[in-house]
Write a protein that binds this ligand. Structure first.
Ligand SMILES: [Zn+2]
Length: 62
């Protein structure tokens, strides 16, 4: 579980970004492996955290 960096509350995970094309992480340049990050939202203060899930992380760190 992710904890909010602001208030310590447990964040709700698994949100995805839709629309636009600016939310891709690539390892190296434009030909690198593309990963679409997810977002978690704090139900208490509204902090939004962007993260790579396990599968995405593996792609990025290889
Ligand atoms: Zn919070």
């Amino acid at each position: 579980m992710r904890k909010c960096v602001r208030c310590g509350e447990e964040m709700v995970e698994g949100f995805t970004f839709t629309g636009g094309s600016g939310n891709v992480i690539r390892k190296k340049g434009l030909t690198g492996k593309a990963v679409y990050p997810k977002a978690a939202v704090c139900p208490k203060c509204g902090e939004v955290s962007i993260y790579a899930d396990e599968e995405q992380l593996e792609k990025l760190m290889k």
